[in-house]
Design a protein around this ligand. Sequence first.
Ligand SMILES: C[S@@+](CC[C@H](N)C(=O)[O-])C[C@H]1O[C@@H](n2cnc3c(N)ncnc32)[C@H](O)[C@@H]1O
Length: 304
Amino acid sequence: MDDARHTPVLVAPVLALLDPQPGDTVVDVTLGLGGHAFRLASAVGADGLLVGMDVDVRNLQIAEQHLSSASCSTVFLRENFARMGEVLAEAGVSGADIVLADLGVSSTQLDESIRGFSFQQDGPLDMRMDDRLERTAADLVNQLPESALADLIYQNGQEHRSRRIAKEIVRERKVSGIRTTGRLSEVVCRALRVNPASRRSKIHPATRVFQALRVAVNDEMGVLDAFLDQVPRVLKPGGRVGVISFHSLEDGRVKWDFRARQKAGVYEILTKRPVQADDEEKRSNPRSRSAKLRVARRTEGHMD
Ligand SMILES: C[S@@+](CC[C@H](N)C(=O)[O-])C[C@H]1O[C@@H](n2cnc3c(N)ncnc32)[C@H](O)[C@@H]1O
């Protein structure tokens, strides 16, 4: 069932650690194209239930089609995982054996230039995973005061040259608005005085700025915190949660959340260190290079 456009990352450790069993209820809050979900659905079998959530309507449609042959019951919801608890209650799902979040963008989102996530292809500066959101990356780039823009680039992108970049953006936008990914990428390269074609570093000079804007447009840290908060109430005792993250801002939050809840007796951490792709997976699927999986098990005790 693999969609050639999106190969799920870390499939073997996801299945080994989340350990789906026949009859389990699985909640995949980042359904994407359904790569992980399909494998989890196969393992839970006819008596199991898969709940798939995504904010991206196109991905949800593709996943739904792919999962139409799954043997288990399925429920598909166009929802933000920040509302996971409420949404599951509304859908009548009373507890989950497995919760999986595979954060970030899917390759369909990166590959479609019109979505504006990629500096590799020119497109409108959008970056909304959910097209119901009002604010695009272009709005932030063209409207934020210089100091707020610099802070956003520094905090969400961990880019220490943020002030120089924000200054150049503001200079440029006074001349003509910055409306496309290509234009923004040029402005960042000019601010950093690098020629992307002859650069030495493996990562594109605009990578961190694009990450920063995407995180802000989709409030990625806010929704991750809201999600992490709800997981213990959604998981049945003994249930497992897995989170795959792609940058240290996300991974740090997951690490500290799991640790704090382990200390409080709510979780047992099953991954002392985050699980990463082996060399073969990194070679065959470049997206897996920065993936980190952390898994925790909800303890048997009661929660307040
Ligand atoms: C990396 S992809 C998931 C890929 C999926 N595991 C697979 O195997 O095909 C991440 C997906 O999560 C969705 N997403 C990101 N943030 C979300 C949020 N806050 N709530 C719901 N879905 C979200 C994106 O739209 C994207 O489709």
